[in-house]
Design a protein around this ligand. Structure first.
Ligand code: AMP
Length: 303
């Protein structure tokens, strides 16, 4: 894997910045710094500079701000508003594969009006992380001439905001979903068939994440599979999908091919689940990401 040194191609992300309340099979933790934009930033910054668009409330801890200052290249469009930061509660089941959302409190997100700086409007690579599709559209509408738009979503928005989500899908190049989301979106249980249906909705490329089974990338003419790196002990799977996205989109922006970026996403996600909250991503070096990428390639018989 040759990672070209940042190539001056930053990625702009809009997504949630959260305080998470997590119930694990072996205990509970509250006020964990999380959110789709947070995990994405910590993963993508290993490959490309990240510009963050988001909002936090006046209760957002200093340690959260320090995390962003350390990992993001640009925080001009990170707003702080009087009120409560977005909060999400989740309960993991014994197998770690399934989780239940206990609550979602939008807090300051309800009043979020993204207004991009003139420099951010000119950005070429955009990641619309998991948030309300109307906010994803709002940000996308402000980008003057994007080269690559990648989008993520979740069951909640497919259920309650399908129309606006379809409006987003018409305008993106790549959609990232997991297999339950691709099923919900199309009614198809087979991920390749579902991905082909989604291609008819707009994106040229669909990546379906399959948990421990890795991921598949589907275009109209091609299907590429990569495996996952099997970690010995999973501590906290929160953010695995967003970290995968960070490795994938950050990797693409740094000049990796689609396949190499897919492997990079898989590699970075494996570090995320080994630590609690963001701690698994914080100390990761490029060498260790490359090492796991190589192993994933060998397992996937791609090298
Ligand atoms: P992942 O495990 O990759 O699906 O991402 C988990 C993160 O998504 C958590 O840190 C949550 O704060 C965030 N999250 C959960 N539900 C939502 C939602 N409805 N909108 C935006 N972010 C969410």
């Amino acid at each position: 894997m040759t990672v070209l040194k940042h190539q001056n191609k930053p990625v702009l992300v809009v997504g949630s910045i959260a305080l998470d309340w997590l119930e694990m099979p072996d205990g509970q933790k509250g006020e964990v710094i999380g959110g789709s934009a947070t995990y994405f930033t910590l993963a993508a910054c290993k490959f490309s500079p990240v510009h963050v668009v988001g909002i936090v409330g006046s209760d957002f801890p200093k340690r959260g701000m320090a995390l962003f200052r350390k990992h993001a290249a640009n925080l001009d469009d990170l707003q702080v508003l009087e009120g409560k930061t977005f909060q999400w509660g989740g309960r993991y089941h014994e197998d770690w594969e399934n989780r239940t959302t206990l609550f979602t409190e939008l807090g300051v997100f309800e009043r979020f009006q993204p207004r991009l700086s003139s420099a951010n409007k000119k950005i070429k690579n955009v990641f619309l992380a998991n948030i309300q599709p109307t906010l994803q559209l709002d940000v996308l509408n402000q980008i003057e001439d994007p080269d690559m738009v990648v989008c993520d979503t979740m069951n909640l928005w497919i259920d309650i905001a399908r129309e606006s989500l379809e409006g987003v899908l018409e305008r993106v190049d790549v959609l990232l979903v997991n297999d339950s989301e691709s099923h919900l979106l199309t009614g198809e249980t087979d991920p390749v068939t579902a991905a082909k249906e989604i291609i008819n909705m707009g994106p040229e490329t669909v990546v379906v994440k399959l948990g421990k089974q890795g991921a598949i990338l589907v275009t109209a003419s091609n299907v590429i599979r990569v495996g996952a790196y099997h970690v010995k002990i999973v501590k906290d799977p929160t953010g695995a999908g967003d970290s995968f996205a960070g490795g994938f989109v950050g990797g693409l922006a740094s000049g990796l091919s689609m396949v190499e970026a897919l492997v990079a996403g898989s590699s970075v996600a494996s570090f995320c689940v080994e630590g609690f909250g963001t701690e698994g991503l914080e100390g990761v070096t490029m060498n260790s990401i490359k090492h796991r990428s190589q192993m994933i390639k060998e397992w996937s018989l791609m090298s």
